[in-house]
Design a protein around this ligand. Structure first.
Ligand code: URA
Length: 449
C-alpha cells in the first residue's frame, strides 16, 4: 500500500477499507509515514468527512495501536468522562476524584491543549513534579492507591492518537466529527472502561458550534462506544461561555480544588453543577447508584465530607506531584505579567465568542505554537463577569496573566471582539441541553444515513 493513494482516495471522497485505515494508523503510531502525508490525509478527512464504517475502523485501529490497560484485576467498575473540548473546562479534576470516592476506579487517559481549548495534562503539569507519562504498572499502582489516575498517551499507550492529536493541533484539522470521535474513543476504549460519560460541547466555544453537528458527534460517540462494549451516555452541554471563572493552567486547578474543598464562588457555580451532573451519570452507570439522581446525591456528599478532595490529593502525590502547593496557592502563582481588562462600554453581556476567548488564553502563553513546546503554567484569564451580567464602562471584566507583557495586545483585541453588548438582558441558556443514550444515538445516525 502507498500512503499517497490513500490521501488521493479520501481527497476524492472514496471510502477507505479497514485494511487501508489500519495501514495509515500503524504508520502514524510507528512514525513511519511522514508527518506531511499524515497532515494531508487529516485535511482531506476534515474537509470531506469520513463514512461511519471508516470512523469505526479508525477508532478501533487507533485503540489497538499500542497496549491496552486491563482494569479487571482492580475488581471495581472502571468509569470515565471525556469532553469534546472547551474553555475553562476543568470538570475532570472534580469528576475523577468524586467517582473514586464513590467506590469506582477512573483510569483517565487525557490530552493536551488542542486548538483554542485547554489540555487536562498541561494543567496538571503546573503542579511541580506531577508526571503524566506513566507505565501501565505505575498507572495501576496509582489507581490502587487513589482510585483515579490521569495520564497521557505514550509511545506504548494509544501512540497513534499521540501523533495525530499533536498534528491536528498544528494543522487546523481538529473540527471534524470523525476525527474527534476516533481520538476520544481510542483513548477511552484502550483504558478498558465499563462505562463512559461524554460531555459534548455546543455553542460558541465548541469545536462543532452548530447544535445539529454537536448532536451528530454525540450520537457517533455513544453508538461507537456501545458497539465496542462500553456503556455510554452523552450530555450535550453549553460552551457559550467559559466554564467557571478561570481559564488557563494553574489557575484552573486552584478553582477545581476550591470546589473539592466545598468552597462556593458564584463564578464557579456552572462548573460545580456540570461536574455533579457528569459524576452522577458515572456513578449510576458504574453501578453505585440506582439512578443519576441518586448518583448526584452521592457525588455532592463527597464534596461536603472532603472525601473527593482527599482522593484528588492522593492522586497528585501518587503521580509525583507536590500537593502542598495547594496550601500556598496564591504565592505559587507567579505570572510574568498581569493586566486588568475593563469594560469598554456599559451594558449587558449578551453573548461571548468563547473560541476567541480560548485563543486569548492560549496566546497569553497557556498553549503552544509548536508540538512539544513547553506551556506557561501561570498564564491564563480570570473572568470577573459572565454572560447576562450588567457592567458599567470601566468595571473590571477580566484579569490576564501572561508570560510577558508584549503578549497582552493580541489577547486584549481577541477578548474585546468576543464580547457582544446589549441594552437588554439576554435570555438564560441551559447548562445541559439534552442527554443521549444508545437508542437515541442510533435513531440520530439512522436519520442521517
Ligand atoms: N478530545 C480529544 O481527546 N480529542 C479530540 O479530538 C477532541 C477532544
Amino acid at each position: 500500500m502507498h500512503t499517497i493513494d490513500l490521501i488521493r482516495k479520501t481527497r476524492d471522497r472514496l471510502p477507505l477499507t479497514e485494511a487501508e485505515i489500519h495501514f495509515l494508523v500503524t504508520g502514524a503510531a510507528t512514525e513511519s509515514i511522514p508527518l506531511e502525508q499524515l497532515a494531508a490525509w487529516l485535511m482531506a478527512a476534515r474537509l470531506n468527512g469520513l463514512a461511519l464504517d471508516e470512523i469505526r475502523s479508525l477508532t478501533l485501529a487507533m485503540r489497538d495501536s499500542g497496549v491496552r490497560f486491563d482494569p479487571r484485576p482492580l475488581n471495581q467498575s472502571a468509569v470515565d468522562k471525556h469532553s469534546t473540548g472547551g474553555v475553562g473546562d476543568k470538570t475532570s479534576f472534580l469528576v475523577a476524584p468524586i467517582a473514586a470516592a464513590c467506590g469506582l476506579i477512573v483510569p483517565m487517559i487525557s490530552g493536551r491543549a488542542l486548538g483554542h481549548t485547554g489540555g487536562t495534562l498541561d494543567k496538571l503539569e503546573a503542579i511541580p513534579g506531577f508526571r503524566t507519562a506513566l507505565s501501565l504498572s505505575e498507572f495501576e499502582a496509582v489507581l490502587r492507591h487513589a482510585g483515579a489516575a490521569i495520564v497521557s498517551q505514550t509511545p506504548d499507550l494509544v501512540p497513534a492518537d499521540r501523533v495525530l492529536y499533536a498534528l491536528r493541533d498544528r494543522t487546523g484539522t481538529v473540527e471534524s466529527p470523525g476525527l474527534i470521535c476516533a481520538s476520544i474513543l481510542s483513548k477511552k476504549l484502550a483504558a478498558g472502561l465499563d462505562a463512559l460519560v461524554l460531555d459534548v460541547k455546543t455553542g460558541s466555544g465548541a469545536f462543532l458550534r452548530d447544535p445539529a453537528e454537536a448532536e451528530f458527534l454525540a450520537a457517533l460517540l455513544v453508538s461507537t462506544a456501545e458497539a465496542a462494549g462500553t456503556r455510554a451516555v452523552a450530555l450535550l452541554t453549553d460552551m457559550g461561555q467559559p466554564l467557571g471563572y478561570a481559564a488557563g493552567n494553574w489557575i484552573e486547578l486552584v478553582e477545581a480544588v476550591e470546589l473539592l474543598g466545598n468552597q462556593r464562588n458564584p463564578g464557579s457555580e456552572d462548573l460545580r453543577e456540570l461536574s455533579l451532573q457528569l459524576a452522577a451519570w458515572m456513578i449510576h452507570l458504574g453501578g453505585q447508584a440506582s439512578s443519576p439522581r441518586h448518583g448526584y446525591a452521592l457525588a455532592e456528599a463527597t464534596l461536603h465530607n472532603g472525601s473527593a478532595l482527599d482522593r484528588f490529593l492522593a492522586m497528585v502525590t501518587a503521580q509525583g506531584g507536590d500537593a502542598s502547593v495547594f496550601d500556598r496557592a496564591p504565592s505559587f502563582h507567579r505570572p510574568g505579567a498581569t493586566h486588568t481588562l475593563t469594560a469598554a462600554q456599559s451594558g449587558w453581556i449578551a453573548a461571548l465568542d468563547t473560541t476567541a476567548l480560548g485563543w486569548a488564553v492560549q496566546r497569553l502563553g497557556a498553549g503552544r505554537e509548536t508540538a512539544g513546546a513547553p506551556v506557561d503554567p501561570h498564564a491564563g484569564i480570570r473572568f470577573h463577569h459572565r454572560r447576562g451580567d450588567r457592567l458599567q464602562q470601566g468595571d473590571p471584566f477580566a484579569t490576564l496573566y501572561a508570560t510577558r507583557a508584549d503578549l497582552f495586545p493580541e489577547a486584549i483585541d481577541l477578548i474585546q471582539s468576543a464580547i457582544q453588548w446589549s441594552d437588554t438582558p439576554p435570555q438564560p441558556v441551559p447548562l445541559v441541553h439534552s442527554i443521549l443514550d444508545r437508542a437515541r444515538a442510533q435513531a440520530i445516525l439512522a436519520s442521517r444515513s
